[in-house]
Design a binder for this molecule. Structure first.
Ligand code: ATP
Ligand code: MG
Length: 434
């Protein structure tokens, strides 16, 4: 078992064994310092050459940076040490020697480009500011799960290998499944709807989605993590309330439990829990406001998708998280329900960070005939989706839900320039390993 003392817990007066990585060695002549780093921080190990065993000094100072060592010795208070204490070693063991030629410098003194960092993620993660991103991500997932519990949701895992895509199209990755064509799933959409029709009523999932995105962009991955929510008897406004609650819970969790990480990331002053309720703009108001900014060469008209520059201009004008509601039915997927009194307008919504889309959702079409019609209008063969549509003939309540991209959430929360910073091993057009 791991019975060593964490560097952060080493108290003056104790004799401890600490273990971790050699962060740095400073040889000042008669005295030398080795800085040992573990998951909790760093500690100074002191070598007084004249007073210590020669072999111990020699082995301690010959070890290469980033090697793993274990040191046993007495802890003493030392004001000049980085953490106020230091260890005088009685024994030292080199547990795993590191190559003196490292592909990147974990102390961050030498910059490395993103590609080198991703190729050497193990070394990259030794940097506190990189580790902090993933600790924040972990806290976000914890807080989100807790919020879903508060919303009476049950967590599910749906299949990622599927016979047909949710929305079809070019975004699907085909695979060979025992000689048959299959696909990596682009969204749990259809499965989560099948669950809320079961009587479980409130569903959530946090899992991967696969999209053969046409372009490499700073905000698209080919494998992303999606937070999916779906609830029976909810309409789109209730789904938006749940979305706001989950996003807020994620920020609150980080504010409460990640003070150290925010400090490491230099975000203490900037980090703010978004204020609820978020403004809710209709699509019509959104295009009017974008047109009014003059950011686009051509004015947007009803039915246009919002171009990225338009989203940016609007985000800047709004200046906080906001929803865009009441989208034209034609530019939302077939499974989104249209308003009963105006079939040209859908209950679809997007939740936006000022810089990009975070969430898409809506109330779903739960009426069998309308649903099948929707498949046909979208150019999909309803027969291929019989496993799904059939369940709508056995008592399907009205329902609504949404999907939120985890990496986009982390990226916008921490102001990262590139979505790849928020994924351990990103998958993009060029990158398939590690
Ligand atoms: P966009 O228009 O920004 O490409 P989308 O509308 O195609 O996104 P949705 O299908 O609505 O995406 O997915 C819901 C959410 O999942 C998005 O709002 C986003 O947060 C996230 N997401 C979608 N595609 C990706 C991707 N390729 N990489 C990372 N996150 C994604
Ligand atoms: Mg979307």
């Amino acid at each position: 078992m791991d019975d060593r003392t964490y560097t952060a817990d080493a108290e003056p007066g104790e004799t401890v064994t600490v273990a971790g990585w050699v962060h740095e060695i400073r040889d000042l002549g008669g005295i030398a310092f080795l800085i040992l780093r573990d998951t909790t921080g760093k500690i100074q190990v002191k070598f007084e050459k004249d007073e210590m065993d020669d072999d111990l000094v020699e082995r301690g100072l010959a070890v290469h940076r980033e090697s793993v060592i274990s040191v046993t010795g007495a802890v003493e208070a030392e004001e000049r040490a980085p953490t106020g204490v230091e260890i005088t070693p009685d024994s030292l063991e080199v547990v795993a020697e590191a190559d003196p030629e490292l592909p990147l410098d974990p102390t961050g003194k030498v910059d490395a480009d993103l590609s080198t960092r991703l190729d050497n993620r193990t070394l990259d993660l030794r940097k506190p500011e990189v580790k902090a991103i993933f600790e924040v991500r972990s806290e976000v997932l914890r807080a989100v799960r807790e919020q879903f519990r508060a919303l009476d949701c049950t967590e599910f895992n749906t299949p990622k290998i599927v016979a047909t895509g949710t929305e079809g199209g070019t975004e699907l990755f085909p695979i060979t499944y025992f000689g048959r064509e299959a696909f990596m799933n682009q969204s749990p959409q259809l499965f989560k709807q099948l669950v809320v029709g079961s009587g479980v009523e409130r569903f959530f999932e946090i899992g991967p989605v696969f999209r053969a995105e046409e372009h490499n962009t700073p905000r698209h991955l080919n494998e992303a993590t999606m937070i999916d929510f779906e609830a029976a008897f909810f309409d789109h406004t209730e789904a938006m309330d749940a979305c706001e609650a989950v996003l807020t819970a994620a920020y609150e969790g980080v504010a409460e439990n990640c003070a150290e990480q925010l400090e490491t990331l230099d975000l203490v002053d900037e980090f703010e829990v978004p204020e609820s309720p978020f403004p809710r703009l209709t699509y019509e108001e959104a295009i009017e406001r974008i047109n009014a900014t003059g950011a686009l060469d051509e004015q947007l008209v009803w039915g246009d998708d919002l171009p990225t520059e338009g989203e940016h201009a609007l985000g800047e004008a709004v200046g906080e998280h906001y929803f865009i509601t009441d989208w034209p039915s034609d530019i939302k997927p077939f499974y989104i329900k249209d308003y009963d009194d105006d079939p040209d307008v859908s209950t679809g919504f997007d939740m936006m960070h000022p810089t990009m889309e975070l969430v898409s959702g809506g109330q779903r079409e739960h009426r069998y005939d309308h649903l099948v019609e929707g498949f046909e209008q979208q150019g999909l063969d309803p027969e291929q989706f019989e496993y799904y549509t059939e369940m709508f003939t056995y008592g399907m309540p009205p329902h609504a839900g949404w999907g939120l991209g985890v990496e986009r959430l982390i990226m916008t929360m921490l102001g990262l320039d590139n979505i790849r910073e928020a994924v351990l091993f990103p998958r993009d057009r060029q990158r398939l390993s590690p």
